[in-house]
Design a binder for this molecule. Structure first.
Ligand SMILES: Nc1ncnc2c1ncn2[C@@H]1O[C@H](COP(=O)(O)OP(=O)(O)O)[C@@H](O)[C@H]1O
Ligand SMILES: [Mg+2]
Length: 259
């Protein structure tokens, strides 16, 4: 089982879209997939149509990790632990639990045989819940918008959050290196130039993947239709043509990550 957390201390960068599309594509390849929505604004929870709704969600998982199996809903593109914490109470509640940041890790241990992949979508901020998602991950992915301000934000935000957890390695919890995906690349941006700039900055702290994800309306259309962009490849010729580049990028990313 591989656990993939999609993180960024910034909102609106594409975390949820990337999580849903990677998960959906793995599901299409007959993999056993679980999505976990760890954002109090539950966009991942409503991305795909729910076909079987569990009584509990992420709140119950944290309250009683042993009951995680009762908190798993089913969607058209994989299983889901939905977010049911609209007032963001888990964050502060976790502060008062000795094992707070480790509860997700404890819970997920119960699922090792059940899933090939667990993908965790997080909120664009720093906090206990994001820490919990980092500490449970084998792969840490962050979408990187090709804009000048991105690098500073990456250092101040996401990288500093991960740095703050590196001490856990002293007690045997591995904190994976951050993998950046250049995201929402448009035709006007020179990807290689931007990537080179990122590399010169902090290459020992993160790695930039070769695959880039294009800026495309196809991603928005997929959200509206509650499908992954790769589902468009099953459509008519015109649909395939329109979605090809975006769908290929998701497939390529999955390959580069060895999923
Ligand atoms: N590759 C893309 N091309 C165009 N629009 C995108 C792409 N990925 C995401 N979006 C749009 O960008 C917005 C933010 O994406 P979202 O995944 O919700 O970010 P986050 O989860 O980091 O807040 C959404 O409106 C989404 O439809
Ligand atoms: Mg989101």
């Amino acid at each position: 089982m591989k656990i993939i957390s999609i993180v960024s201390t910034k909102g609106g960068v594409g975390k949820t879209t990337l999580t849903a599309n990677l998960a959906g594509n793995l599901y299409q390849q007959d993999k056993k997939v679980l999505m976990i929505d760890a954002d109090p604004q539950p966009s991942l929870s409503s991305y795909y149509k729910i076909t079987k709704q569990a009584n509990g969600g992420l709140t119950e998982v944290f309250v009683d990790p042993a009951k995680i199996n009762d908190c798993i809903s089913e969607t058209q593109y994989g299983d889901l632990i939905y977010s049911n914490d609209p007032h963001n109470q888990i964050q502060s509640w976790l502060t008062n639990q000795g094992d707070g940041r480790f509860r997700l890790k404890i819970a997920i241990k119960k699922l090792v045989k059940k899933y090939d992949y667990i993908l965790i979508d997080t909120q664009g901020a720093k906090g206990n819940l994001q820490d919990a998602a980092v500490l449970v991950a084998n792969l840490l992915i962050t979408p990187i918008l090709p804009e000048a301000t991105t690098i500073k934000e990456l250092e101040r935000g996401t990288l500093s959050m991960i740095d703050g957890l590196k001490g856990c390695e002293e007690v045997g919890i591995k904190v994976p290196n951050l993998l950046g995906v250049v995201y929402r690349l448009d035709n006007t941006t020179d990807a290689s130039q931007f990537t080179n700039l990122l590399f010169t900055k902090n290459s020992e702290k993160y790695q930039i993947l070769t695959t880039t994800i294009p800026q495309s309306v196809v991603f928005k259309e997929a959200i509206t239709q509650q499908i992954p962009v790769t589902e468009f490849l099953n459509g008519n010729k015109k649909t395939v043509q329109k979605a090809q580049k975006s769908a290929d990028a998701i497939i390529e990313l999955s390959k580069e990550l060895n999923l």
